[in-house]
Design a protein around this ligand. Structure first.
Ligand SMILES: C[S@@+](CC[C@H](N)C(=O)[O-])C[C@H]1O[C@@H](n2cnc3c(N)ncnc32)[C@H](O)[C@@H]1O
Length: 308
């Protein structure tokens, strides 16, 4: 009787495993992630959600960059969104570019999650200009050197990559950009997040810093598990050093999330709400570039200028 040879399939490499886990998690949450991150997505520039302080700060800087590009006499622009999720940031940027009279030569968004790409396509259907596809930031980008005027890589994308791939990903983002590069990461000192939805949706969760792994059991019985590397400002800066001409780092949301009302506890409105909000904004401005505070912000925004 012939002996049958059992050839075991190769286990996925850590890099492939990280991509698979992120894709599974974001595919599973789908539209819920879109609602969590962007509300109903219709009020593109109305940053009023519980987590919107950081959105406002990021948008101010992107908007200023678009104005600067237009003021320099440029008539067209090329855009890239790495880890675009539901595509809202690319949609915002394209709409504002049009409004400023810039022709959008290319607006490419890619994400490891096919479901995020489906939602991004649906959200931008009939609006021309967009090209969304499944792609992995751990691999080389197809864009030519210095071919993108404004590159985005926002909210958690780099956190989901294994630390061994951060340097190569940062180098690739800088290589393809010939203008502005905006990227954010979650910090080691931030408040807990479950990335894919509001933190109250988790029954339990655990961030393991030894192996950069995050696990959560959600209220609806689902389990999510993926790479989560939380950054220090110095580490984030070092990734881009030598690859970009100049960069500024800003700590985003040092105080707002910590003082945001909890719908299960606080009354809808507390006294002195407006004065308190003004004071918080002043505190954010005063501390956002202080190294002692930056590692405790919810996110760090890196705005780099790349050579053309
Ligand atoms: C928190 S979401 C942010 C989405 C979007 N940038 C935004 O700000 O709305 C993180 C995104 O990173 C994507 N992602 C994770 N690992 C990735 C990888 N290796 N390559 C591309 N996208 C990835 C996830 O699928 C998810 O859509």
């Amino acid at each position: 009787m012939a002996t049958r040879l059992h050839i075991l399939p190769e286990p996925p490499t850590p890099v492939a495993e990280a991509a698979i886990q992120a894709a599974i998690a974001y595919d599973a949450v789908g539209e819920d992630y879109f609602t969590y991150a962007d509300g109903d997505g219709r009020a593109l520039y109305d940053f009023t959600s519980r987590y919107s302080y950081a959105d406002r700060q990021i948008w101010q800087q992107i908007d200023a960059a678009l104005h600067q590009i237009r003021a320099s006499g440029r008539r067209d622009i090329s855009l890239l969104d790495a880890g675009c999720g539901p595509g809202t940031w690319l949609l915002r940027t394209v709409r504002r570019a049009h409004h400023l009279g810039l022709h959008v030569r290319q607006a490419r968004g890619f994400d490891i999650s096919p479901e995020m790409i489906r939602i991004a396509r649906e959200n931008t259907a009939f609006q021309g200009d967009f090209h969304f596809e499944v792609g992995d930031l751990q691999l080389a980008l197809p864009e030519a050197d210095a071919s993108v005027d404004l590159t985005l890589c926002l909210y958690g994308v780099l956190n989901h990559l294994p630390a061994t791939t951060h340097a190569a990903a940062a180098k690739e983002l800088a290589r393809v950009t010939c203008g502005h590069l905006f990227t954010t990461v979650r910090t080691v000192g931030s408040l807990p997040t479950i990335y894919v939805d509001a933190v109250e949706k988790a029954r339990s969760f655990l961030q393991d810093h030894e192996i950069d792994q995050f696990d959560a059991d959600l209220d609806d019985g689902r389990h999510i598990s993926f790479t989560s590397h939380l950054f220090c400002a110095a580490e984030f800066r070092a990734l881009f050093e030598g690859h970009v001409q100049a960069m500024e780092l800003t700590g985003l949301d040092l105080f707002h999330s910590r003082f945001s009302a909890n719908p299960r506890w606080n009354p809808a409105k507390l006294p002195y709400a407006d004065a308190f909000e003004q004071a918080l904004c002043k505190l954010e401005e005063r501390c956002c570039c202080d190294p002692a505070f930056m590692d405790r912000a919810a996110h760090i925004l890196l705005h780099a200028r790349c050579a053309g």
